[in-house]
Write a protein that binds this ligand. Structure first.
Ligand code: DGP
Length: 116
C-alpha cells in the first residue's frame, strides 16, 4: 500500500483534515471520526505499518512511543485518574478497518469487559 492509498498516511501528510491532539517526531494522535466514548483518540505512527503482524524488533521504540503518547494524552484529557482503555485491533476478524496501525484511546465513561 502506498501513502496515496492509505487514509492515515494522508492524515499524517496533512492532505485530509483531522482534529489533532498530540504530535511527536514518531507519532500523531487525532480524534476518532466515529467516537465510541466521550474521549476516543487514535494514536498512529507517522510511518506506515499495516498491522501488528508487520512489526519487527526494530519497531520496539516506535511501539513504545505510541504507548507513551497514550499516557500523555490521557493526562491531557483528564482520564488518568478515572481510567481509560488502550487497544489495537489486528486484522479484519478483530475489527481493524484502517490498515495503518493505531492505538484507540477510550475514556470518559465506564468501559465494560470483555469488549464485544
Ligand atoms: P479500526 O476499526 O480499529 O481499524 O479503527 C479505525 C478507526 O478509524 C475507526 O474507529 C474510525 C476511524 N476513522 C476512519 N476514518 C477516519 C477519518 O477519516 N478520520 C478520523 N479522524 N477517523 C477515522
Amino acid at each position: 500500500m502506498t501513502a496515496q492509498d492509505c487514509l492515515f498516511c494522508r492524515i499524517v501528510a496533512g492532505e485530509i483534515p483531522a482534529d489533532v491532539v498530540y504530535q511527536s517526531d514518531t507519532a500523531i494522535a487525532f480524534r476518532d471520526i466515529n467516537p465510541q466514548a466521550p474521549t476516543h483518540v487514535l494514536i498512529i505512527p507517522r510511518r506506515h505499518v499495516t498491522t501488528i503482524n508487520d512489526l519487527d524488533a526494530d519497531d520496539q521504540e516506535l511501539v513504545g512511543s505510541l504507548f507513551l503518547a497514550a499516557k500523555a494524552i490521557a493526562q491531557q484529557e483528564g482520564l488518568a485518574d478515572d481510567g481509560y482503555r488502550v487497544v489495537m485491533n489486528c486484522g479484519e476478524g478483530a475489527g481493524q478497518s484502517v490498515f495503518h496501525i493505531h492505538l484507540h484511546l477510550l475514556g470518559g465513561r465506564l468501559l465494560n469487559w470483555p469488549p464485544g
